[in-house]
Ligand binder design. Structure first.
Ligand SMILES: *[C@@H]1O[C@H](CO)[C@@H](O)[C@H](O)[C@H]1NC(C)=O
Ligand SMILES: *[C@@H]1O[C@H](CO)[C@@H](O)[C@H](O)[C@H]1NC(C)=O
Ligand SMILES: *[C@@H]1O[C@H](CO)[C@@H](O)[C@H](O)[C@H]1NC(C)=O
Length: 832
């Protein structure tokens, strides 16, 4: 709790001042200003965070779009955190199960291949009706030349942002600024470098994930970005070595879907358009612009499309189609993926933009559902597929006028939908000159950055109470990952090197660090107040490491594994990792330290799973701290955990195997037919009976939790509404069953637990993974206290995708319900 105390002191002196633009103005534990400077209103974003947003309260009504998920934010009380469920019906429902319920066949995807296909959707359904009517009014005032400007990027590096479209002054429409990325505003100085998506996911804290999205969106808006290019649900992470997995969330569609919805809701409530990417089947960097992903229909629905459905349900403004092909057709001209799955089945109301230079045609792309060409050219200013080429196709009839009108309507509606048509900040910086000149927008966002850096840490091993540290007499900090790159945190363009502490991967999904607190920076500060002697060996040299380790009571050794986007090759890795070992001979470094110090603690900064067998075989390795990809507040978040001011509460968002081959998937050298189907990550380990080293959902605490009191109630066995709305058939999202359990903290310190619910489908369903995550809730519980966790199961959570009828179906029979602390540490079982 010490950081809260420090914050309270810092803000005590300005308690009477008014909050600056985009600054925090309320939330649990907040003691600073609760009113805002003129022109801004303090708007509650969630229990932890209220923020000064431009305008009056009515302009921020979008906060109500926040998705109510099956999870709720931390509760510090022992009360139940949602309304009490219907009476307990423990496992009594097996005899009353209805026969299989086909929800509807109207989910049928369009399979048309007609060149004149006009997708359904784009109709202004759901929350979009007012934005659509404004867009249609504006559309009526536009010439085709105007319309072409709106759908066409001006060309790579021809505007200040990484993507820019043409302005149309007659309707007050600006040159749209599209900018990376998923963890901060790229190429702009003075913004926050947040923890990566994977770190946010490993908190399993929906309140924090929302707050991160909201802070990201506020910063993007503050610097005039209209469309922020994130969050990421593709890659989902079927390949442990996939180069961009860290930009997204988890190797599970349910957790990724919840994280997508929370992030998008937070971003769009702040006023920026979110972009769900990369759609779809972009699971590796190798050959990403030529390889084809062939994914069977059920697997698409149950794994890869699932989180995009949650994104559309959260009213995401835009979707980015990916570089790869699908069944041999480029994703950005795939009629089934764009017109069919996304715009018809999911009823997506926003627009589809191409990934940068992922467009390969004019007519096929336009008729298949691509709405915006980005960046409008290739990286050499060639290949203009919209612009004049699209105008020609409209004239010749190869692309119908109605299709162009639909593109423009979707783009304008999204702009109106998030309220960008009045008082939007302008761009005062350029991506191409160092990004200086932007207003300061980071406010107090370092707080949420630190909370996620801290709460995303997963404690994997802790023998003999090695942690938390308690004023050790001396401590050795060992490895290059302990310090900031001596050439500067931003020395490598787009973070294209693994030098110094690893706090983000590389590629377009990066931002410049305004500062970077390395582990050694924060630990030295703590050590100085504790009177602890610090010995630093800030290289990966094993001789120096052994020498430092032998001089200290405790040795902390830091290792890494990095990855990124394919356009930069780092130490031989062209995006995807070459293997799942620690970089820089990390196993040898840890071995040298452990041979010299009986109390060795290993800290790992990694983009994804690392094989830890060599390290775990060393008896002197007492603790392993999985510190993830933490962003600018890395060292502070880590120190909070190492010294126990906060108990660790992160859980793995993927499986750590004993051997790379255990995953059953790997980077393809050519096309990928996704022959593993539904069986990725823990779904595969469970089915194949392979023991992982640390399973999906695993994470230790400084306290312990006891689970009891399972209740199950299956209240709605009807087919549900078949109305189609953003996200798909609306009945899929109704809560039909509720499960609760009591989590008691029977240890000695306060801690937060992520209770997880997995479902096993009845035997009447086609062969399915033994367990699938379908609920989670994080609760903070004081020692000796308990809390009730509630899992609300949506109709979709109990369904499988029936290929024959092209519909989600609730299978008949008994559902197994597993509630526990990880995908394998199941504490309570029941049935529905
Ligand atoms: C790709 O082909 C598979 C197998 O025929 C099919 O199930 C799937 O729907 C196709 N995907 C797309 C996007 O066309
Ligand atoms: C998919 O690819 C794997 C590995 O390349 C191959 O063994 C398998 O036969 C392929 N399956 C199909 C259905 O093409
Ligand atoms: C706390 O609960 C766990 C799980 O039921 C149990 O294994 C452990 O022994 C309990 N600890 C104490 C101190 O009762």
């Amino acid at each position: 709790m010490s950081q809260f105390a420090v914050l309270a002191l810092l803000f005590a002196g300005e308690a009477l001042a008014q909050g600056a633009a985009y600054s925090q103005c309320g939330g649990q534990g907040w003691s600073g200003a609760t009113t805002c400077v003129s022109g801004y209103t303090c708007v509650k974003q969630n229990d932890y965070y209220s923020q000064c947003i431009p305008g009056t309260a009515s302009t921020t009504a979008a906060t109500t779009t926040r998705v109510a998920s099956t999870t709720t934010s931390k509760a510090t009380t022992t009360q139940t955190t949602s309304s009490a469920p219907a009476s307990t019906t423990l496992s009594t429902s097996t005899t009353t199960r209805p026969v299989s319920t086909t929800l509807s066949t109207t989910t049928r995807a369009s399979t048309t291949t007609s060149a004149s296909a006009t997708p359904s959707g784009g109709s202004g359904s759901g929350a979009w009706s007012s934005a659509y009517s404004k867009a249609k009014t504006a559309l009526a005032k536009l010439s085709n030349a105007d319309k072409i400007k709106i759908v066409t990027g001006v060309g790579w590096s021809k505007g200040p942002c990484v993507g820019n479209t043409g302005a149309v002054s007659s309707i007050g429409y600006p040159s749209l600024c599209l900018q990376d990325g998923p963890l901060g505003v790229r190429y702009v100085q003075g913004v926050t470098a947040f923890p990566a998506g994977v770190q946010a996911a490993s908190t399993w804290d929906t309140g924090l994930i929302y707050s991160r999205g909201n802070a990201l969106g506020a910063e993007a808006k503050g610097v005039g970005v209209h469309v922020q290019l994130g969050p990421v649900a593709g890659p989902l992470g079927k390949n442990a070595a996939g180069g961009r997995n860290w930009e997204g969330f988890a190797a599970d569609p349910y957790l990724t879907g919840i994280a997508m919805a929370q992030t998008i809701s937070g971003m769009q409530a702040a006023g920026v358009q979110a972009c769900a990417k990369h759609y779809i089947g972009n699971e590796q960097e190798k050959n990403r612009e030529t390889m084809s992903s062939s994914i069977d229909d059920r697997t698409v629905h149950e794994l890869y499309l699932w989180p995009f459905a949650d994104a559309v349900k959260a009213n995401v403004a835009s979707v980015m189609c990916s570089y790869n092909k699908l069944n041999g057709t480029y994703a950005c001209e795939d009629d089934k993926a764009l017109n069919g799955l996304l715009k018809s089945e999911l009823n997506f109301q926003g627009y589809v933009m191409s990934d940068w230079n992922a467009q390969h045609s004019t007519n096929a792309a336009a008729n298949s559902g691509l709405d915006m060409s980005m960046p409008g050219t290739d990286f050499n200013g060639q290949n203009v597929y919209y612009g004049q080429a699209l105008l020609n196709s409209i004239s010749s009839g190869a692309v119908p006028q109605s299709r162009l009108d639909d593109m423009v309507t979707r783009i304008l509606a999204s702009w109106y939908f998030v309220g960008q048509d009045s008082g939007y900040p302008s761009v005062t910086w350029s991506s191409w000159n160092g990004g200086t000149g932007a207003p300061s927008v980071s406010g107090t966002h370092s707080t949420v950055a630190r909370q996620i850096a801290r709460d995303g840490i997963v404690l994997l091993k802790n023998s003999n109470k090695a942690l938390p540290l308690s004023k050790p007499a001396s401590i050795a900090l060992i490895g290059q990952d302990a310090i900031v790159n001596p050439s500067g945190a931003n020395a490598c363009k787009d973070r294209g090197c693994n030098t110094g502490t690893l706090a983000m991967g590389w590629g377009s999904g990066t931002a410049d660090f305004p500062y970077l607190i390395a582990p050694a920076d924060a630990i030295k500060k703590q050590a100085s107040s504790d009177g602890t002697k610090v010995i630093l060996s800030s290289t990966d040299d094993t001789t120096a490491a052994a020498s430092a380790a032998s001089q200290a009571a405790t040795a902390i050794v830091f290792i890494t594994a990095d990855a990124g986007e394919e356009y930069i090759v780092v130490e031989g890795a062209a995006g995807d990792r070459l293997d799942l070992n620690p970089w820089h001979s990390g196993n040898a470094l840890v071995t040298a330290v452990a041979n010299a110090n009986k109390n060795t603690i290993v800290v790992v900064h990694s983009v994804g799973p690392v094989i830890l067998e060599t390290i775990l075989a060393l008896p002197n390795v007492q603790a392993v701290v999985w510190a993830g990809i933490p962003g600018q507040e890395s060292g502070n978040g880590l120190t909070d955990i190492l010294y126990g001011s906060t108990s660790p509460s992160g859980k793995l968002p993927y499986t750590i195997a004993k051997s790379a081959s255990d995953y059953g998937t790997s980077i393809s050298s050519g096309d990928d037919n996704f022959s593993e189907g539904l069986y990725i990550d823990y779904r595969h380990f469970d089915k194949a009976g392979i023991a992982p080293r640390y399973e999906f959902g695993f994470g230790l605490s400084y306290t312990t939790f006891d689970y009891s009191g399972l209740t199950l109630s299956y209240t709605d066995k009807s087919a549900g509404s078949s109305t189609v709305a953003p996200g798909g058939i609306s009945g899929l999202y109704d809560t039909v069953a509720t499960v609760t359990a009591v989590v008691a903290n029977n240890g000695t310190v306060t801690g937060a637990e992520v209770a997880q619910l997995y479902i096993g489908l009845p035997s009447s369903a086609p062969a399915s993974p033994p367990k699938q995550l379908r609920g989670f809730q994080k609760v903070s519980v004081a020692s000796g206290a308990s809390a009730t966790v509630t899992f609300n199961l949506r109709r979709k959570d109990l369904s499988f995708w029936d290929v024959g009828s092209q519909a989600w179906k609730v299978p008949s029979g008994t559902f197994n319900v597993y509630v526990g602390a990880s995908s394998r540490d199941i504490r309570l079982t029941g049935s529905l």
